[in-house]
Design a protein around this ligand. Sequence first.
Ligand code: ADP
Length: 487
Amino acid sequence: MRVVMLASEAHPLAKTGGLGDVLAALPPALAAAGVDVTVCLPAYRGILRRLDATGTPLRLHAPVASRMEAAAVVAIPEASVPTVAIRADRYFDREALYGPPGGEYPDNAERFAFFCRAALEWLRRLEPPPDVLHLHDWQTSLAAAFLRGTAALYPELATVRTVLTVHNLAYQGRFPFDVWPLLNLDVRYFAPSWLEFYGQVNYLKAGLLFADRITTVSPRYAEEIQTPEFGEGLDGVLRTRSEHLVGILNGVDYAAWNPASDPNLAARYDASDLRGKARCKAALQAELGLPVRADLPLLAIVSRLAEQKGFDLLTATLPELLATTAVQLAILGSGDPTYETALRQIAARSPGRLALRIEFNESLAHRIEAGGDIFLMPSRFEPCGLNQLYSLRYGTVPLVHATGGLEDTVVEFDPAAGTGTGFKFAPYGTEAFVAAVRRALRLHADPAAWQRLMRNGMAQDFSWHRAARSYARLYGQLPPPEVPRLA
Ligand code: ADP
C-alpha cells in the first residue's frame, strides 16, 4: 500500500495547530503498520532553511489560471518518514504559513490551488503512482477536484483513490468568485451542487464532493457535522456523503506526553506512585505566584483563546466561581484579544486565585497538565481535542462539554461503581457547566474516590497505533474511484 499525504503542516517542519501534530504522528504510525507513506508539504521559509544543497530537485510546471507556474520538488532530509516539499519561493518563502497573526495572505486561494496542481504534477511522474492520495483540510482539498474534474491532465493517476480528512469544519477556505479562473475547472462546477457556497468558492467543499472517502477526527464529530448545529453550512453536503464518511479518533504522542518521563516537570510520577504529582502541583503554584496549598483544588486551562473553546461560558461564570468557592485557577492561552481582555479583568479582581499567562508556551503547558487537579475544556464544539487526552494521562481530571471528541474520550465518573474518567456537561450553557464544576469539587473532597478517578484516567490508552490501524484498514477497503459527473 503506497500512500501520499498532501498537507499544509507537519510538526516540527511547519505547525500552527493540531493538524501539524497529526501529520507528525500519523505517518510514522502508519509506517509502523506497514504502509509506505510519503508526506508532501509546501516549502515554507522554515523548511527552506533545512534543505541541504546536495539533492537534485525535480523541476516541473503547474497550471494556474492561464499561466504555467514553475516549481521544484525537493526532498527534506532527516524527516521521520519520506517527506518532500514543493518549492516555489514566490508563494511559500514567507514569514508565516497562512498570514500575519490574526490575518491571511491575500493570495492564499492561489497559493493552495498552485500547491495542489504542483503536487499532482509530481505524482504523475511517480512510477508507479501511489495507491492512495490522502488530503488534509481545505488547503489540499482541491487536489481531489483537480484529479477528477480535469482528469485528462492526469491519465497516469486514473486509478489513484482519494481520502480527505477534515480536522476542523470551521475552516473551509472560502474565497470570492474572482479566484475561479485560477482553478482551470469547468465553470459549470461553480454551482451550488458543486464548489459554489453562497456565491463564494469553497475549497473544502471541493474535497467533500470529490474525495472517494471522507474522514474526520472523532466518531462523534463525524455524526455532529451532518447536523445544522455543527455543519457550518456544509451539513447537507456531508449528509449526501454519509455512507463514505467515518470518524477516526486522533491519538496522543505518549513519547512527548508522559508524566513518568516528562523533562518539563519538577518531579515525575505514574499511576502506581502519585507523590510526584503533588510536587508538580506545589511547583506550579509557586511558578505562577499562587499560594502553595495542597488542599485547594487547582483548576487548569491550556487553550487557544477562541469562541470554539468555550470562553464565553468561562468569562460568564468564573468571576462568581472564584468569589464563592475555595479553588485556584491557572489559565494558559493565546488568541482572540477580546477574551484576553476579559480574562485579564477577571484575574485583576481575583489576586492569588487566578493565574493568567497569555502566551504560547509548550513547556508550561506540560507543567499545567501535571500540576492541575481538574482540567476544564468546555468547548462549544471539538473535532477531537488533545488536551483532555493529555490530562487523562497526567491524572488531571477532565471536565468537558459532551461534544465531538470530548464526548468520545471522557466517561462521566460513577461514584457508586467507581467507573469513569471525568465530568461531562450538556447542554452547552452556564448552568450545566457550573453544576459539573460543583460535582467535580464535591468528589475532590473525597480523596479515595478522587484517586480512583485519577487512576482510571491514567490507565486510558489513546496511542496512535490504533488510529493508524483504522486508516490502514480504510485504505485497504477503498473501491476503484467513482467519478462524479457534471450534469
Ligand atoms: P486545537 O487544535 O483546536 O487548538 P487541541 O486540543 O486539539 O486544540 O490541540 C491544541 C494543542 O495546542 C495542544 O497540544 C495544546 O497543548 C496546545 N496549546 C494550545 N494553546 C497553547 C498555549 N497557549 N501554550 C502552549 N500550548 C498550547
